[in-house]
Design a protein around this ligand. Structure first.
Ligand SMILES: [Zn+2]
Length: 496
């Protein structure tokens, strides 16, 4: 039995089973943060919303005498009143916020073991974004030292999470990931990213995740530490993050904020609830505004949880249907920072190709990001191996009304007649080239050029119509461009 068993994949995301001492958790999973001092929604009720695992802060329990005694006596599950797995955090967050904690790494690890946590975490040092290089580096050395200490401790069957730090420095993030892989963690949290999410710096967030993923083994479970806003779930799952934790549901609720998968709303501004969870069905925004603070916070927190788990279900269904790309491309349109962050996948094509399944049912074009999917690049490569017909001049046409040996299609470039009905090019729903973004034609022409160069000993006639005329230029010498004119194709030679 594997500890992390992947059962379905799409993009870099996956549905998997994570084995813990208190049973299996299906990922992607959201761990609601439980603060045993202030339980807005009691931990025992969280299962009802869809929680399969929760996370709590062992440092808070350790520092509060009555909680500490209770946890040591009845275990952390007894303290919280739950029978599902519990992950514990170590106080790193307090370390980041207050600069100091009154416990040693070994003490807090021992405590997490003693109270029966399912997933334990050493006292890593979360370096904030934009820290100067030397600070980030020396923080990382401390983190690694503590992680080495953690590996040596006898933890029984408990899972050990070894956080990856390094601030916004790509090489430090990679080094941190390399070191924890050598140490052998059960779970790989990416830490120190909350300030990036709070300030909508998704570009940096995506870069960090991609850098870390390019180092970690493909079957390593990844936890995006502190990610609790449903607007980042689709993107983060697609990049290969498996676990999330949410304090957001409660923190936002206290602040009168209402979560949606496409952003945050303020309760005071809502006239209608765009949601059909039990809270939103039974109440109007006005009713909740008139409630006292405690009831209002509780109901908002409930909605925030419903909507977060609902989003995860949508994402899992998209993985099953292999249309997670389409789903992410839809979600990133809710904020420009998400859109530009996602477009970085273009620079990580090779990494994405390692993960993304090569067979799917359909390819729906939703915007220029669709051109960056591995299916496009794979097609450009695959078509190079197609056998050419035995004739003097091979005809490639962008006009599918004309007889040809190959056709030009947006994104995919050269498509042989026999592939016109098969995935991906033949199953692609793409708007007509006349209405399409230039990028989709430019990328197609890149594929065309590669194809022509690959067959440099053969001769080609490339027939272009409409908008294609603008992009099919400067072809290698073995190709002649002709315009598909009104009186029939082949009448005009554009290269003369
Ligand atoms: Zn709702």
């Amino acid at each position: 039995m594997k500890m992390f068993e992947i059962v379905a994949k799409d993009v870099m995301g996956r549905i998997a089973k994570l084995e813990t001492p208190h049973g299996k958790v299906e990922t992607p999973a959201l761990m609601p943060v439980v603060n045993p001092n202030i339980e807005i929604i009691p931990a025992r009720e969280l299962k009802r919303f869809g929680a399969q695992i929760v996370i709590t802060n062992s440092y808070i329990i350790y520092r509060t005498p009555e909680l500490r005694e209770e946890a040591l006596k009845r275990g952390v599950h007894g303290l919280l009143g739950v029978d599902i797995p519990v992950m514990t955090d170590s106080g790193s967050y307090q370390l980041m916020v207050y600069g100091d904690v009154e416990v040693s790494n070994e003490e807090i690890l021992r405590f997490q073991i003693d109270i029966g946590s399912d997933i334990i975490v050493p006292l890593d040092v979360p370096t904030p974004p934009d820290a100067d290089y030397d600070t980030a580096k020396s923080d990382l050395e401390v983190t690694l030292e503590r992680e080495r200490e953690a590996v040596k401790m006898d933890r029984g069957k408990r899972l050990l999470a070894l956080p990856i730090q390094g601030s916004t420095h790509a090489d430090l993030r990679r080094k941190s990931a390399e070191e924890v892989v050598k140490l052998g963690a059960d779970l790989y949290p990416i830490g120190g990213v909350v300030p990036l999410m709070d300030t909508y710096r998704f570009y940096d967030l995506v870069r960090i995740v991609l850098e870390v993923k390019s180092v970690l083994p493909s079957n390593a479970p990844v936890h995006l530490f502190g990610a609790g806003h449903p607007m980042v779930f689709a993107l983060a799952v697609a990049l290969g993050c498996d676990l999330f934790d949410s304090a957001a549901y409660a923190l936002y609720a206290k602040d009168g904020r209402y979560l949606t998968p496409y952003g945050t709303k303020k309760l005071e501004e809502l006239q209608y609830f765009p949601c059909s969870c039990p809270v939103c069905l039974e109440h109007t925004p006005e009713e909740i505004r008139r409630m006292d603070e405690e009831d209002r916070t509780r109901l908002l927190a409930e909605h925030n949880l419903w909507i977060s788990f609902e989003e995860l279900k949508r994402i899992k269904q998209a993985i099953k249907e292999n249309n997670l790309f389409e789903f992410v491309e839809c979600r990133i349109r809710s904020h420009p920072n998400l859109l530009f962050a996602w477009r970085q996948i273009r620079e990580y094509r090779t990494l994405l190709e390692l993960f993304d399944p090569s067979m799917k049912h359909s390819f729906l074009y939703t915007g220029i990001e669709s051109c960056y999917r591995p299916a496009v690049l794979r097609h450009h490569e695959r078509v190079l191996n197609v056998e050419l017909p035995d004739k003097e001049e091979i005809v490639i046409s962008s006009d599918e009304g004309h007889p040809a040996d190959f056709y030009l299609r947006p994104c995919f470039g050269v498509v042989p007649v026999e592939m016109l009905e098969s995935y991906p090019a033949g199953h692609a729903e793409i708007p007509p080239s006349e209405l399409l973004e230039d990028e989709a034609l430019k990328i197609a022409v890149e594929g065309l050029k590669k194809f022509l160069k690959h067959h440099s000993e053969r001769k080609f006639v490339v027939i272009v119509n409409g908008k294609w005329k603008k992009f099919v230029k400067d072809l290698p010498e073995n190709a002649v461009i002709r315009n598909a004119g009104e009186e029939g194709w082949g009448s005009e030679n554009l290269q003369n």
